[in-house]
Design a binder for this molecule. Sequence first.
Ligand SMILES: Nc1nc2c(ncn2[C@@H]2O[C@H](COP(=O)(O)OP(=O)(O)OP(=O)(O)O)[C@@H](O)[C@H]2O)c(=O)[nH]1
Length: 467
Amino acid sequence: MKTEISAAPLEDGTAALALLAKLMPWLTGKHSLEEILHAINAALGASLVWVLVEQEGVPQFTRVGEITCTLQDAVTLLEQSQLRRNLRAWRVICWRRHVGTLLFPENTLVGNKLKSGILCKLHVQESGLSGYFFVAFPQSTLSLSVMKNVVIILVEKLKSFLVEIISRDRAAKEIQHVIEQYKALFDRAPVLMNSFDKNNRCILWNGECERLFGWTLEQLNQQPDPLALFFPDPLVRQQVRASVNTSPAVDMHEWHPVRRDGQVLTVLWSNILLPDHSILSIGLDITARKKAEQQMERKATIDDLTGCYNRFAILQHLKALLVSCNPSDPRSHFSLLMLDLDHFKNINDRWGHLTGDAALIHFCDKIREHSDPSWLFGRLGGEEFLILMPYTSSKSALRFSQKMRATLTQTPLLSIGEKITLSFSAGLVFVTSDQVDTSVLLTLADNALYDAKRAGRSKTVIAGAFL
Ligand SMILES: Nc1nc2c(ncn2[C@@H]2O[C@H](COP(=O)(O)OP(=O)(O)OP(=O)(O)O)[C@@H](O)[C@H]2O)c(=O)[nH]1
C-alpha cells in the first residue's frame, strides 16, 4: 500500500500539527493496520514502524518500512534489561542513537541503518488488548521531543480503533487461511473435482483431473467443446450434460471418459449443487479396480487352460437355461451336447503332458471356430466338455458334432513334426421342459456318451437311442 504522504522536516509545533493533519484521514478503522502504518512511516520519514499487540494470548505483529524486522527482533528489543527493569514505570522511550543495534544485536550491518527511535506502550483497558508501537529513523538528529509528542498523539488515536482493526485483520487472515486450506485440498486431494459453466467452459479443474486426464484448464478451454475430449460420442455427451446440469445427484454414476492418451477410463461421478447454484462434479477413478474385478470374475468363471467356461460357470448357465425352458415355447428349448476326447490318455502317454494340453486347446479352438455365437461352451473336467445350444434341435446338434469330427480329421494338431488327429464321443440331450433336474440331465448325457464310447467311440448318441 503506497501513500501520497511524504516526509516533512519536523522542527516545531506548527510542522507537527501539519503532519498530524496529513495523517488524520488515515487514522480510521476503514484502513487495515498495515495501510495505517505505511502512512505513518512515510509521513514521519521513518525506516521502520511496527506494532506488536497481544489479545487473549494471541500475538500479532505488523511491520512496514524499508528495514525488515521479525517478531523475534521486536521481542529482543523489548527484552532489553533496561526496559525489563522499568517494566511498569515507562510509557514512552526515545533513543537518540544506536537503536538499531538493540533491535539487531547480531546484525550490526542492518542495525547501523537505524539511529533514533521511539517505543510506546499500547494498552486498551476495555478489550484487554496490550502491546507496543515502535518507530525508528535512519538519522540521529531529529527533533525527538516534538516527534515523541506526535507519536503519543498518533498512538492515542490508533488505540481507539485498534481493537476493531486487529479483529478484522485476524478474521481476514482466518478466512485467507481457510481459503488456502480448501485450495490445497482442491489441488491435492486424490479425488477428481471439476465444474463446467452453462456455456460448457471449464471453470474448475483440480490437480487430480490434470494428472489423470492429461489436460490443463487452459488447454481444455482452447477447445470449442472441452467435454468432447472426454466423451467423443455426442449422445453420451448429452447424457453427461443432462446428469450434471439438470439432475444433480449425490449418487455415484459410472462413466467412461477418454483420457489424453486415448485410454478409456472408468470413473464414478457425482454432482453436488453448491449454494451459488453452480455444480461441482466429484469423481473417483476406479479403472484399475474395475480391471482387477473383471480379471477376478474371469478367473472365477473361465478355465485357465482352454479359455472356455469352467465347470461352475457352465453348470450355472445350464441352470439358467433350464429355468427359462417352457414346453410351449420352442425358442426356449435347447440341446445339450456332452463331449469327451477319445483315447486322450494315449496322447499324454506318447507325447507328454504338454502335448496333451496343446491337444485340449486345439480341440477347444476348433469348437469355438465352428460354434454359433449364442452357444455356451464349458469344460466339465479333464477332457470332458459341455456345449449348450439354445434354440437348436437335436438334428442340428448332431450335424454339428459330425461336422466337428470331419474338421478335426482335416486339421490335426501339429506337434514336433507329427500330426495328431483328435476324435471325440458325445452324448446329446434335447431339452424341452424345466421339469427336469440338472443332475438328471447330466446323467442322461453321460449315459449317452458312455454308450457312444462302448459302441466304438467317435460317435454321438442321442439320449435313449444309438446313432
Ligand atoms: N495333458 C492333460 N491331461 C489331462 C488333463 N486333465 C486330465 N488329463 C488326462 O486325461 C486322461 C483321461 O484318460 P481316460 O479317462 O482314461 O480317458 P481316455 O484316455 O480319453 O479314454 P476314453 O475316454 O475311454 O476314450 C488322463 O490321463 C488324465 O491324466 C489336462 O488338463 N491336461
